[in-house]
Write a protein that binds this ligand. Structure first.
Ligand SMILES: Cc1cc2nc3c(=O)[nH]c(=O)nc-3n(C[C@H](O)[C@H](O)[C@H](O)COP(=O)(O)OP(=O)(O)OC[C@H]3O[C@@H](n4cnc5c(N)ncnc54)[C@H](O)[C@@H]3O)c2cc1C
Length: 412
């Protein structure tokens, strides 16, 4: 029996671990945090099928001064980190041409359109069938200018096969009475769905993994022991060494340091997002609703209403700016009049982001027994189950119908 160590137990790591376990391998997960508290716990919870347009887009460079100056904007850059992150920014900027944007969108489309089927089969297998809420999401717009900023992204997503219906704001209110009636425009993204609770999802997958004989070691990995082309063991913070036949780096933003220890350079940064759970919202929202002007979404999870989103580019260890979370909650009242914001619970998540917005899934050529599964950016929840299946296919050397070259860890 092959023994495989998976580093990281967020949505990606645990999905990989379950797929490998299903293939008959003995699997150990190394995860220092309380289960589900990486980026995964701050997610909006959407299975974002067709969210294919990368963050790097034509015209983006003109926006940079605004991102630096307004710390409350939906997309902001911490000035203090701008210099340190310059190499990352330059790579990011290189991906902002029309041609690159279209190529990346096509690559992301081939992954996201597999996501719902993979997620459903994961749910059926591990007893979390109640997790998926199959309702489309709604985006709302105050006016023409607002809608125009999303227009190009919608056209490209449609071109890639996504179903997006443009409706009036009044029609959005008819579909979901909690949404304010006075938006001018709205769009319904029909391929999307959302999960009932992101943390419960990750926790239940961990429970299923352990019930099937999987081992979870509650500490951090700090490095590796290796021979020329293969890793022999991972060294944990406790000093313990765990040897294995294969190693999967699925530690979200932590993957960067682990890969560096193996001589593999991955330009992963943690793009911060803020999440506020409102336990007594006093509005009966049935759909996830996105307000692009504010850069956030609102999802009716089973025990709380989550207001989450925005992107803050800051270095990996940067402290949260909680004012950003408060601004989201204030703006959420524009979308849901009457929203009760009492007793908020605030979280921060660091999306593991690479400059071309495509996840990193594959074997580095220099290492025969290591697979990377990270860099999922704003799509980790969406692509967790798909990534799990792909990693187990790579390790089993099974042929797939997905071109994996665009996701190679050697592309940077
Ligand atoms: C505000 C916000 C909204 C979002 N909305 C969505 C959405 O609607 N849909 C969607 O698909 N995605 C969304 N995302 C993105 C999604 O949350 C991430 O892409 C996803 O959680 C990444 O999963 P992961 O398992 O790779 O990383 P994580 O969840 O961060 O898990 C990585 C784990 O690795 C562990 N780790 C780190 N270092 C080490 C080490 N050295 N050794 C061992 N373990 C280690 C960490 O403790 C952590 O638990 C959102 C993110 C944010 C912040």
């Amino acid at each position: 029996m092959t023994h495989i160590v998976v580093l990281g137990g967020g949505i990606v790591g645990i999905s990989v671990a379950l797929s490998l376990q299903k293939d008959g391998h003995a699997v150990t997960v190394i995860e220092p945090a309380q289960v589900g508290q990486g980026a995964s716990w701050a997610s909006c919870g959407c299975i974002a099928v067709g969210e294919v347009v990368p963050l790097s887009q034509p015209g983006m460079l003109r926006q940079v001064p605004k991102w630096l100056l307004d710390s409350e904007a939906p997309l902001a850059v911490r000035p203090a980190t701008a210099l340190r992150m310059l190499p990352w920014f330059l790579k990011f900027a290189a991906n902002s041409t029309e041609q690159r944007m279209r190529a990346i969108a096509a690559d992301l489309a081939q992954l996201t359109f597999q996501a719902t089927a993979d997620f459903k089969s994961q749910m059926a297998e591990y007893g979390v069938r109640d997790m998926l809420i199959e309702r489309p999401i709604i985006k709302v717009f105050d006016g023409e200018a607002d809608k125009a900023t999303m227009g190009g992204a919608f056209d490209l997503a449609r071109e890639m096969g996504c179903t997006i219906d443009d409706i009036s704001g009044a029609e959005a209110h008819e579909i979901d009475g909690a949404i304010a009636p006075d938006f001018r425009y709205a769009s319904v993204l029909r391929d999307w769905s959302f999960v009932a609770d992101c943390v419960r999802l990750v926790q239940q997958l961990h429970t299923a993994f352990e019930a099937r004989g999987g081992r979870v070691v509650a500490t951090s990995a700090r490095g590796f022991k290796r021979e020329t082309h293969a890793v022999t063991s991972v060294v944990l913070d406790t000093g313990e060494e765990v040897s294995a036949d294969e190693f999967v780096l699925a530690a979200g933003t932590g993957t960067k340091a682990l890969a560096a220890d193996l001589g593999v350079t991955l330009p992963i940064e943690g793009l911060m997002g803020y999440w506020t759970g409102l336990p007594e919202p006093q509005v009966d929202l049935k759909h996830t609703v996105f307000y692009p002007a504010g850069g956030f979404g609102i999802t009716p999870h089973e025990n709380t209403l989550a207001v989450a989103g925005t992107i803050e580019i800051a270095s990996l260890g940067a402290k949260p700016n909680w004012r950003r979370a408060d601004v989201l909650v204030e703006r959420a009242r524009r979308v849901l009049p009457g929203l009760n914001t009492a007793n908020p619970e605030r979280r921060i998540g660091r999306r593991p982001f690479v400059p071309d917005t495509r996840p990193v899934i594959g074997r580095p050529a220099a290492l025969g027994n290591v697979v990377v599964a990270s860099g999922h950016g704003q799509l980790g929840l969406t692509l967790g189950a798909t990534t799990g299946r792909m990693v187990s296919d790579i390790i089993a050397q099974r042929a797939t119908n997905t071109d994996m070259k665009p996701f190679s860890p050697d592309r940077f």
